[in-house]
Design a protein around this ligand. Sequence first.
Ligand SMILES: Cc1cc2nc3c(=O)[nH]c(=O)nc-3n(C[C@H](O)[C@H](O)[C@H](O)COP(=O)(O)OP(=O)(O)OC[C@H]3O[C@@H](n4cnc5c(N)ncnc54)[C@H](O)[C@@H]3O)c2cc1C
Length: 252
Amino acid sequence: MGWIEGRVAARRAWTETHISLGIEADLPVFEPGQFVRLGLDIDGETVGRPYSLVNPPGAGLLEVYFDVVPGGPLSPRLAALAPGDRLRVGSAPYGFMVLSELPEGRDLWLLATGTGVGPFVSILESQAAWGRFENLRLVHGVRRASELAYRDRLLAMEERHGGRFRYLPFVTREACDFALPGRIPAAIGDGRLAAWAGLPLDPRHARLMLCGNPGMVAGALEALAPAGFRRHRRREPGQILLEEYWSEDRAG
Ligand SMILES: Cc1cc2nc3c(=O)[nH]c(=O)nc-3n(C[C@H](O)[C@H](O)[C@H](O)COP(=O)(O)OP(=O)(O)OC[C@H]3O[C@@H](n4cnc5c(N)ncnc54)[C@H](O)[C@@H]3O)c2cc1C
């Protein structure tokens, strides 16, 4: 895979370890939900990792949102970049957690943990989702309320779209008066999520995307299975697409 040159044009630190970068790069057209590789030359080698795009297609800058994995080869160095710094950007976007892969339905449920909210911002800021789905719900689980990145944009979206869209944050490690406590899979299992969303999780109507922590993804799949939900594959249609940001066996 080839690289193209990118230049950091904007940086926002949501917390000390949760960073968004705006990057100038000439990337071919992508579909909301896809990711690109970002790379830096470290000790004579290019170290690259995938990052979901937060911006909708056609926006001026590419935007990524990531957290620092302590001791990780790339993320601490990406976090240290400042406007004007150069980096490598993979020459093509990838990924199948996109609307064009999702079967028709009435309700779109986007379930994220942590930085997994990024691709859902891209999806919600593009037109296709609003044309295809009647009801849209974004569920975002984080440890602390300060990690609810993009909250203002999502609340503004809620206001613009009236009852069609609800933004539903979960905060696990501190009390928060506008979020639910606890974990997303548990709230699916005991019916709290559907009640809060004002929408049943019904496999006849609901289409889901799951993104972020593999523990949440596995837990949500398990909690959804009794109602008849399953992962969508081209040869085996279902209702759920997903993207895991790291692998289950190292999820900790
Ligand atoms: C398709 C895809 C899209 C991704 N998009 C994003 C994104 O938009 N934003 C983002 O923050 N990350 C994203 N990631 C993860 C990202 O590619 C890197 O793995 C992460 O930034 C850490 O990079 P690193 O080189 O510092 O450490 P790595 O060598 O990649 O990882 C070190 C260890 O940490 C684990 N790990 C990776 N990411 C995390 C994390 N966020 N929290 C806890 N443990 C982790 C890894 O499994 C590994 O055990 C994505 C991963 C995939 C597969």
